[in-house]
Ligand binder design. Structure first.
Ligand code: TXA
Ligand code: MG
Length: 293
């Protein structure tokens, strides 16, 4: 069984596995990631194969400091402001990449831009620090399926094929990071997440827009924008007020009169709902999916 509780020994083992081009899974404050040494073509390929991820879809590269990020991307004053005020945290910055970096081109899907993030996760930061490697890490789910927010979700998706799953409980936010494209002005949100443009403005005084004109199904800039994503195996009906026969009801807010499968937040708290969303979707799917396989 590859699931091990987080401890200093397990973190050391994790960093050794990374430097030997193995794939491991670790909790971040957003969701669980599937980690590979971003300098190793072999390790990054394993991630694409495990996830069945199309190779045109680049990965986020995780670093442990701004100085490390500067090795891989061009920083200007605005980027620095965002990084200083919002990292470590649930924010990914897409920047112009530096030429001749050691990152394997397949991690960036051959693009001349790079997505960078410093995760707010002690275990993850220690693994970067000990391995001294930039780390490519997509969310630890099969491509297109619901994102993993705890260790058993990761095990359910990949079983023994991941060498180590470090269990640090459930991810604090439960949603993937907000992605900003800073390669052109006006700056643009490519994927929404826990940090919205209001929060970003408050902390940095930088204006971010949400321009979907770049959206293109065949060549997506960020697949969070694809029509089919985070998709359970069971058919899902949105905006339902009550369940029909044979449905699991995923409720929000006070629903005492209705028999719920799960309630995302009885107090209608959006943060609590985000924390529960993927876990409850996976659990609902597990209750129902047999019928649809
Ligand atoms: O919270 C997160 O961001 C998690 C944790 C593990 O850090 N990671 C994550 O990775 O969500 P993934 O692979 O599920 O989503 C990464 C997104 C994809 O939509 C990808 O297309 C986009 O980032 N991306 C990566 N590099 C990019 C680039 N150069 N330009 C635009 N989008 C990029
Ligand atoms: Mg994902």
């Amino acid at each position: 069984m590859p699931i091990k509780k987080a401890s200093p020994e397990i973190v050391t083992l994790g960093s050794k596995l990374i430097t030997s081009d193995k794939v491991i899974s670790v909790m971040t404050e957003t969701v669980y990631g599937l980690l590979a040494n971003a300098e190793s073509c072999e390790a990054v390929k394993k991630v694409y194969l495990l996830k069945k991820r199309p190779e045109i879809n680049p990965l986020i590269i995780h670093v442990d400091s701004i100085s490390m990020a500067k090795k891989y991307a061009v920083f200007n004053e605005d980027v620095l402001k965002l990084a200083r005020n919002l990292w470590p945290g649930p924010l990914t910055l897409v920047l112009k990449s530096k030429e001749n970096s050691n990152i394997t081109p397949i991690a960036m899907a051959g693009l001349n831009t790079i997505a960078l993030r410093i995760p707010d996760s002690k275990v993850f930061l220690e693994i970067i620090n000990k391995s001294k490697k930039p780390i490519a890490a997509p969310s630890a789910n099969k491509s297109g399926y619901i994102t993993s927010t705890n260790a058993s979700h990761v095990y359910d998706s990949f079983g023994e094929k991941v060498d180590l799953i470090i269990d640090s409980g459930q991810s604090k936010f439960g949603l993937e990071s907000t992605i900003l494209d800073l390669t052109n002005k006006p700056y643009n949100i490519l994927r929404t997440g826990m940090y919205d443009k209001e929060l970003i403005y408050k902390r940095t005084k930088l204006k971010i827009f949400k321009n979907r004109s770049h959206f293109n199904e065949k060549n997506p800039i960020a697949p969070g924008l694809l029509k089919k994503h985070y998709s359970p195996k069971t058919p899902l009906r949105l905006n339902a007020n009550k369940p029909r026969k044979d449905e699991v009801f995923l409720a929000f807010g006070n629903q005492r009169k209705i028999k719920c499968g799960f309630n995302l937040s009885e107090n209608a708290d959006l943060n609590e709902a985000a924390y529960n969303l993927f876990d409850f979707l996976i659990r609902s799917d597990q209750l129902k999916k047999k019928k649809y396989q």
